[in-house]
Design a protein around this ligand. Structure first.
Ligand SMILES: NC(=O)c1ccc[n+]([C@@H]2O[C@H](COP(=O)([O-])OP(=O)(O)OC[C@H]3O[C@@H](n4cnc5c(N)ncnc54)[C@H](OP(=O)(O)O)[C@@H]3O)[C@@H](O)[C@H]2O)c1
Length: 225
């Protein structure tokens, strides 16, 4: 499968790329001018895109089977970032998938997307704009999965002792997950058709039993496996 990953220079995006390569996907990194990428991804195929230049996205993803969107506004004093990147930038990538025939999209969003009253909204109402991006994907008619992670950590320690806690939308509020496990869950979503047209919240803990995404979805939505 040919997989494009936007935001691939980000702390989650580069891990998604690493996990995708490990799983045998033919990966392309979607970057912007001046994005800095990890040393070990330098040999990967890549394209420069601008979220406000639709043709640049079309040219980059044409011929690809799937797109994982891991772009996200970087913390900044410019409070328009979330609207530009997490809403308009996501919409722009969805429209490009329509034009170019890319059918499968995974979007990295956030726990609490859509909430008005939340401290994270001090950064440009980010949770509201994230929900606008999500809604555009839900209404796209594409095969989508929205992954809403809790607070992201850089820790790569003892990952094998942790398991992912999955839930449907608007259940979890304030737990964390290492970016590596989030990256793995994006790849697992690609391999799990049951995740299509689902919003999945993901956090992690050492005290819970590990289940596959497919099992979690069956449990959450009470459908037979
Ligand atoms: N941090 C948290 O605790 C947390 C919690 C829940 C959800 N999330 C969400 O999870 C996702 C990944 O977060 P992260 O902290 O791992 O990401 P990150 O390191 O901040 O990376 C963000 C990525 O988005 C790209 N990007 C930003 N603005 C862009 C633009 N205008 N055009 C094109 N690309 C742009 C960046 O490119 P450059 O490298 O060129 O800047 C980078 O590749 C984000 O959507 C974030 O909102 C984060």
């Amino acid at each position: 499968m040919k997989l494009a990953i936007s935001g691939a220079s980000g702390k989650t995006g580069y891990r998604i790329a690493e996990e995708a390569i490990k799983s045998g996907y033919d990966v392309k990194l979607l970057l912007r001018q001046n994005s800095e990428i990890n040393e070990n991804l330098r040999k990967c195929d890549s394209s420069i895109i601008a979220l406000n230049q639709p043709k640049s996205i079309d040219n980059a993803i044409k011929g690809y089977d799937a797109l994982i969107i891991a772009t996200g506004a970087r913390p900044s004093i410019d409070l328009t970032g979330p609207a530009r990147v997490d809403a308009l930038g996501v919409k722009s990538q969805i429209l490009s998938c329509h034009r170019t025939g890319v059918k499968r999209i995974i979007l990295v969003s956030s726990l609490c997307a859509g909430r008005w009253i939340h401290p994270l909204n001090l950064f440009g109402l980010i949770l509201i704009w994230k929900r606008v991006g999500e809604r555009a994907l839900e209404e796209s008619g594409l095969d989508w999965t929205i992954i809403r992670p809790g607070g992201l950590s850089e820790s790569e320690e003892e990952l094998d002792k942790q398991a992912i806690l999955y839930s449907g939308p608007d259940v979890q509020q304030d737990a964390y997950i290492p970016r590596r496990l989030l990256a793995r869950s994006c790849i697992e979503a690609l391999k799990t058709p049951e995740s299509i047209n689902r919003i999945l919240e993901v956090t992690s803990d050492i005290s819970i039993r590990a289940v596959t995404m497919k099992e979690a979805i069956a449990d959450i939505y009470a459908i037979s496996t």
